[in-house]
Design a protein around this ligand. Structure first.
Ligand code: XIL
Length: 345
């Protein structure tokens, strides 16, 4: 009853986390690590694979699929009764496409080859897992935060451009997974430097509606960043633009999902205790804004424990103090951030 999952359920929502594959007993954020699995099982109702469903993982070559790791994760999730989100069917950035994509020489192949590859990918994944996956990040991070334009990849150039490619992905997902919630997932945020990113996402979502593309929800990744200890003042500055953005998104009829919540503890001294306090306050303030929207459904963190968070590798603190982005610390003890989530709910 005291779990994050139960707290979310009281508001008609589900709480969940990313998880990974690993060999038995592996010291990682995996179901095969008993300490981590215990956290998942006590706190979560829904899980999402951190990397194992991406093209790089599932599709080592254009003509071969490798489902072993993700199948093992699905088997665990099913055995324990978790709901599962799919992440993702297309990570629309050159650097996140599989390595073979850039050298596939679409120009020397039939014009339909790029569309065939994309359709085949989405259909193969969606058909394999059927109703076991309830919600998909169909397209991930297609908007360039620098200017709000859509990225182009070798695949999208061969399909006549990004817009046609993203539309195609959603239509293919709807056809192959008619039961599933289809999500556009991105990291636009409430940071002050993020206006162009937000505007680009809004344009994309407007375009989907104008063209009748089947998109159900915006995935708000929520890799949020503290800017100092004075949470009330900082949030007071960030919140108005962010609420305007969320109002515009929901006014178009989109639902919202918090898909990857974690906190980067920037502009805070290294001492863990006040740092955890500020992270918790910031989390609470952020969730208070988000939870005002009845359109917000599932809330997932990008990892339950600091020990395995991707943030350490992605952006270490300049002073090298270990990052503390998650609800549980490196020894699997609950942090103030966990309490903040319960209190916000
Ligand atoms: C990250 C994983 O956590 C890392 O392990 C991997 O090296 C790179 O990808 N936005 C997303 C996620 O949509 O897929 C990313 O996950 C984090 C940012």
């Amino acid at each position: 009853p005291g779990s994050l999952e139960a707290a979310a359920a009281r508001t008609g929502r589900r709480f969940g986390s990313a998880f990974a594959w690993g060999p038995p007993g592996h010291d990682g954020g995996t179901f095969a690590n008993p300490s981590y699995a215990a956290l998942l099982e006590s706190e979560c109702a829904i899980l999402v694979p951190e990397n194992e469903m991406k093209w790089q993982a599932l599709r080592p070559t254009p003509d071969r699929f490798d489902f072993d790791r993700f199948d093992a994760m699905m088997a665990y999730a099913q055995a324990k009764g978790f709901a599962v989100r799919g992440h993702n069917l297309l990570w629309h950035q050159p650097k996140w496409m599989p390595r073979w994509e850039e050298s596939y020489n679409f120009g020397t192949r039939p014009a339909s080859e790029a569309a065939r590859l994309l359709s085949q990918h989405i259909d193969t994944v969606c058909t394999r897992y059927g109703t076991r996956i309830e919600s998909y990040d169909v397209v991930n991070e297609a908007v360039n935060p620098a200017d709000g334009t859509l990225y182009e990849t070798a695949l999208s150039r061969a399909m006549g451009g990004a817009t046609a490619t993203l539309d195609h992905a959603f239509r293919a997902a709807r056809a192959s997974a008619p039961h599933a919630q289809l999500v556009y997932n991105d990291y636009m945020s409430w940071e002050p430097g993020n206006a162009a990113h937000r505007a680009g996402v809004l344009r994309l979502l407007e375009g989907f509606r104008a063209r009748g593309v089947p998109v159900d929800a915006l995935g708000v990744q929520s890799h949020i960043i503290t800017q100092g200890p004075d949470t009330a003042r900082i949030v007071g500055q960030l919140q108005p633009d962010w609420s305007r953005f969320l109002n515009a998104v929901t006014a178009m009829g989109y639902r919202l999902v918090i898909t990857e919540l974690d906190v980067r503890d920037n502009a805070l001294p290294a001492d863990p205790s006040p740092r955890d306090r500020a992270v918790a306050d910031f989390t609470r303030a952020y969730l208070d804004v988000m939870l005002d929207y009845p359109q917000l459904g599932d809330i997932l963190v990008w990892g339950m424990a600091d020990r395995y968070s991707w943030i350490e590798g992605f952006e270490p603190r300049p002073d090298k103090a270990p990052r503390r982005p998650c609800p549980y610390d490196r020894a699997f003890t609950a942090k103030p951030m966990r309490t903040a989530i319960v209190d916000a709910l």
